[in-house]
Design a protein around this ligand. Structure first.
Ligand SMILES: C[S@@+](CC[C@H](N)C(=O)[O-])C[C@H]1O[C@@H](n2cnc3c(N)ncnc32)[C@H](O)[C@@H]1O
Length: 300
């Protein structure tokens, strides 16, 4: 970096460096990384533009900029991501929680409150963002959170402790619903749903850094959703509900799958804030097939 090591110069240098690396928001990224290096807020940075960085702080900041210039996600560099108003610890063992998944939590909270659903399963919990958010917003709930990745569950442990919900979020290692010790009222899942064709189009931030097993949904992206829907009837209490996050083009295929497993279903789709199909809701799914009861699959 040339010139005096003021905050203003450091920001300018970082922004230029990240612009050359073709990143989308170089200024904001430089601000976040400088604030992280100094343990300050971005507002504090701007309040003292002529303050000098120590040589240790400058060296640390330069390292952070180098990592970002290689397209490592900001959330991994700073070890944090905000989700549903809560801060989650993240690193490269877990998918970084996405804003569209907040809709899954919002609908789950509404559904649980409206129907007094207390036992919940979050399948493929990753860093625990969904399970922890539900436990925080539903004080009566017990949440079983499963994941096939032991490394992801280590991160989820940290987040349960961080938010003081370790007594009401039970982390379970295993395949989809198989680790559940009892049937639940509500199954919530953001499972991997990236298809083979989409994988080739992913930006390097995602394909190089985020865990492949958190994204890869097989040839058409539906391998995990297909298996979950096949299992769901056995792990739900009668009258239970399933909420699934899906890829924007997967609606018709998932409708067909849900109708196959739950033929009496009513189906609705919820769209995300960008107007894309995002959530499938299956109501009254527990023991449907065997009892032939009135199954509803509701798409918002
Ligand atoms: C798309 S990520 C979602 C993470 C988190 N729930 C979120 O929304 O940010 C999918 C998660 O499912 C897990 N997973 C993949 N296959 C699984 C399986 N067969 N059983 C349980 N979890 C699985 C991955 O390890 C990953 O943590």
């Amino acid at each position: 970096m040339k010139g005096e090591a003021t905050l203003q110069n450091a920001l300018h240098w970082g922004e230029q460096n990240l612009t050359q690396s073709a990143l989308d928001s170089p200024r904001l990224d430089a601000e976040i990384l400088l604030a992280h290096a100094l343990g300050m807020t971005i507002t504090q940075l701007h309040a003292h533009p002529q303050s000098q960085l120590s040589s240790a702080a400058l060296a640390f900041y330069l390292q952070l900029i180098e990592r970002r210039a290689r397209h490592e996600p900001v959330a991994y560099i700073v070890g944090q991501k905000e989700f549903y108003g809560l801060d989650f610890f993240v690193d490269n063992r877990v998918l970084i929680p996405r804003p569209e998944t907040e809709l899954l939590v919002e609908l789950s909270v509404e559904m649980a409150q409206a129907r007094s659903l207390r036992l919940i399963a979050d399948v493929g919990t990753g860093c625990g963002a969904i399970a922890v958010s539900l436990a925080v917003h539903l004080p009566q709930a017990l949440v079983y959170a499963t994941d096939a990745s032991p490394a992801a569950l280590e991160v989820a442990v940290c987040n349960c402790r961080r938010h003081g919900v370790e007594d009401r979020v039970r982390l379970l290692h295993g395949h989809l619903l198989e680790p559940l010790p009892e049937p639940v009222d509500l199954i919530v899942a953001n499972l991997p749903y990236v298809s083979q064709a989409e994988w080739a189009q992913l930006p390097p931030e995602i394909s190089r850094y985020e865990p492949r097993e958190a994204l890869n949904g097989g040839r058409d992206g539906l391998d995990h959703i297909r298996r979950l829907l096949a299992q769901a009837g056995r792990y739900l209490k009668p009258g239970g509900v399933v909420l699934l996050e899906i890829g924007a083009t997967q609606g018709p295929a998932v409708v067909a799958l849900a109708r196959h497993h739950f033929p009496a279903a009513r189906v609705e789709i919820a769209q995300d804030y960008a107007g894309l199909d995002r959530i499938v809701m299956v109501k009254g799914a527990g023991e449907q097939r065997s009892r032939g009861a009135d199954m509803e699959v509701v798409w918002f």
